[in-house]
Design a protein around this ligand. Structure first.
Ligand code: NAP
Length: 259
């Protein structure tokens, strides 16, 4: 299916690896001009090369921390008027509520709530004037069902979800949609690093922990960044203008609710 977004421009945040890279790759296959960012230069430039090979033209790689004002300024200087914005950043660390300081909470809110809000604020009104826009926030399945060890993530991501829920109903009349994808376990560096941490804490091997986590997913496997990217690209497509304000869980059946 032609997604009808060839020639559009997109900012995909935190896209040198994992889910952000999956989204960028799916948009690249549609001929979208990409501006991507990450903090590490080497991986980012390698990914930019892969995206060019997939058909994205041009691809601009901005080395920056998207959770800072300076980082977002650099990103917007490279692509001031994006048609598509995919918000993403690293997730907050695991831990227990009793050990988190107010500073930990501030960092989580800054990275996973305020950073995407700032980029939405900077881009959404231009999208509305131009009559096309697709904004996608990568959040987490923790928005639907809290994850006990990820309280910082549970809080900051629900904050973002609530902050844009009304806006998504205002922008849609101008063909600008705002949705979120809520990943369950996907096979990325982030997932592997949390398996390493759990293994260390429990005195088990990485393999034992990782396999056990896989076994808990009804699909009996982790999701792939390509699958994630394909769903993201559809939500960013010309065909998805009637979908807004939705929080779509993509988790191999892990969420246990009927709806
Ligand atoms: P990942 O494989 O570790 O990749 C993270 C990407 O984001 C890398 O390209 C990283 O590059 C970049 N990045 C991280 N912090 C950044 C920052 N401050 N500024 C710019 N770029 C940044 O992680 P992932 O699994 O794709 O996860 C993406 C998001 O989804 C995270 O928020 C994660 O918590 C959430 N999530 C993931 C899963 C899962 O199973 N994978 C499940 C639920 C939620 P640099 O390090 O070089 O900056």
């Amino acid at each position: 299916m032609d997604l009808g977004i060839g020639g559009k421009s997109a900012i995909v945040c935190a896209a040198s690896k994992g889910l952000g890279k999956g989204c960028a790759a799916a948009l690249a296959r549609e001929g979208v001009a990409l501006t991507i960012c990450a903090r590490g230069k080497e991986a980012l430039e390698a990914t930019a090369g892969e995206l060019r090979a997939l058909g994205a033209s041009p691809v601009t790689a901005v080395v920056c921390d998207v959770t800072t004002d300076e980082g977002r300024r650099a990103l917007l200087a490279a692509c001031p008027h994006p048609d598509i914005l995919v918000n993403n950043a690293g997730g907050p660390p695991p831990g227990d509520f009793k050990d988190f300081s107010l500073e930990d909470w501030r960092r989580a809110v800054e990275g996973n709530m305020l950073a995407p809000i700032a980029l939405i604020h900077a881009t959404v009104y231009g999208m509305m004037e131009r009559g096309f826009g697709r904004i996608l926030n990568i959040t987490s399945a923790s928005v639907k069902a809290p994850i006990p060890t990820l309280e910082l993530s549970n809080g900051a991501r629900c904050g973002l979800t609530g902050a844009v829920a009304a806006l998504a109903r205002k922008t849609v009349r101008r063909n600008v949609t705002i949705n979120a994808l809520l990943p369950g376990p996907f096979d990325t560096d982030r997932l592997r690093s949390t398996s390493h941490k759990i293994a260390e804490a429990r005195g088990q091997t990485f393999e034992a922990v990782h396999e056990a986590r896989k076994g808990e997913v009804p699909a009996q496997r982790f999701g792939t960044p390509d699958e994630f990217g394909a769903t993201a690209a559809f939500l960013c497509s010309a065909h998805a203008g009637y979908i807004t304000g939705q929080n779509i869980v993509i988790d191999g059946g892990s969420f246990p609710g009927t709806m």
